[in-house]
Design a protein around this ligand. Structure first.
Ligand code: X2X
Length: 346
């Protein structure tokens, strides 16, 4: 190409680009970005990622495209390191997120509340916390830590799985290599049970299970099925419901401040609506009589073990010192309030 025609072409391209950008910006209130980044650990095949998609779609619809959110599953904005997600939100590397209380607990110690072994016996207990005074307190703490919390979602009750044998008693965990997430509380819990816990990200967990570098892991069954963990050797599931991780819908504070009050109200309501829907998806097959999801998992060739109350109690007893140690670290007042709210649940 001759230099002159190259210059002409470049000018034309630049002019077109300017028109394009100008056009998009003309429709946006001042200070709005053409696109906002939402961080998630898992994609839309999982209830968690689906929740993100629902939130983004509701916001786009209700703001007529003024707020356009793109999903970044796999915590891609922090190179897969889920324990750095909260810091990245605060710093503005991430605009919005739906995060697990576990992944943000390295920065916000109060979020370890939900990881206290055997604090929450059932779904009503989770709701009693998230929908009550404790939930408000936790939101105030997240706010103070630097991100604006808008709504609750749910990853779910985390069940233990492994490649070796059915786990019915703490002794069955003896020496088993278990992948855990990045809060030291999990190391304490599994050490107390005689297992050999090792911390790694979700991205690293799947190859580690596939290669047999670890024997087991703990995650909600919706994660188990969507990630097809039976194909990486996880043939045994024990329903012990030892902890559950809620999800929190948040927005970076500067981003929030850049939106009009009307759009802020839309984003907040959309988070609440998406959160409700997401919780229902996360509980599907588990909160109906007969728990049909368990039969689906058994049909994959997986042995599903349900514990008697006495069998479960052995795990509660073995982890009680961990509960007490972490109660002191989380804040005895908050833990007492949580136990009271759970005892009073309807
Ligand atoms: O890493 C996990 O186990 C996961 C996907 O459940 C979380 O992000 C807490």
């Amino acid at each position: 190409m001759k230099l002159r025609s190259f210059l002409k072409l470049s000018l034309a391209v630049a002019a077109l680009a300017a028109v394009g950008v100008g056009h998009a910006q003309a429709q946006l209130p001042p200070g709005y970005k053409p696109e906002y980044k939402m961080s998630l650990v898992v994609g839309t095949a999982f209830p968690w990622g689906k929740g993100g998609e629902i939130w983004a779609n509701l916001v786009k619809e209700r703001t007529q495209g003024r707020i356009n959110i793109k999903l970044y599953p796999g915590v891609a904005l922090v190179q897969g390191d889920q324990t750095r997600e909260f810091t990245a939100i605060r710093q503005g590397v991430i605009d919005l997120a739906i995060g697990s209380t576990i992944n943000w607990s390295p920065q916000i110690k109060e979020l370890n509340l939900f990881s206290l072994p055997f604090l929450m016996p059932d779904y009503k207990a989770i709701d009693a916390l998230t929908h009550g005074e404790v939930g408000k307190q936790i939101f105030a703490t997240v706010d103070k830590a630097g991100a604006l919390p808008l709504a609750w979602g749910e990853n779910g009750f985390r069940e233990i799985t492994n490649s070796k044998k059915p786990i019915k008693a703490p002794e069955d965990l003896k020496g088993m290599k278990i992948r855990v997430v990045g809060s030291p509380l999990f190391l304490d819990t599994f050490t107390a049970l005689g297992a050999n816990p090792t911390q790694m990200s979700w991205a690293d967990a799947q190859p580690a299970l596939a290669s047999g570098a670890v024997d087991g892991q703990e995650n909600p069954l919706s994660i188990f099925t969507a990630a097809k963990l039976q194909t990486v050797g996880q043939k045994y599931v024990t329903m012990w419901g030892y902890v559950a991780d809620p999800l929190i819908f948040v927005v970076n504070k500067d981003v929030w401040a850049s939106w009009t009050p009307a759009d802020q109200a839309i984003v907040r309501q959309a988070a609440i609506d998406a959160g409700k829907e997401e919780v229902a998806i996360a509980r599907k097959g588990l909160d109906e009589p007969g728990k049909p999801l368990l039969k689906e998992i058994a049909a994959l060739g997986v042995t599903v073990t349900e514990l008697t109350p006495a069998e479960r109690e052995a795990f509660v007893k073995a982890t009680r010192p961990v509960f007490d140690k972490w109660k002191a670290q989380i804040g005895p007042g908050l833990v007492d309030a949580a136990e009271k709210a759970i005892a009073a649940r309807k």
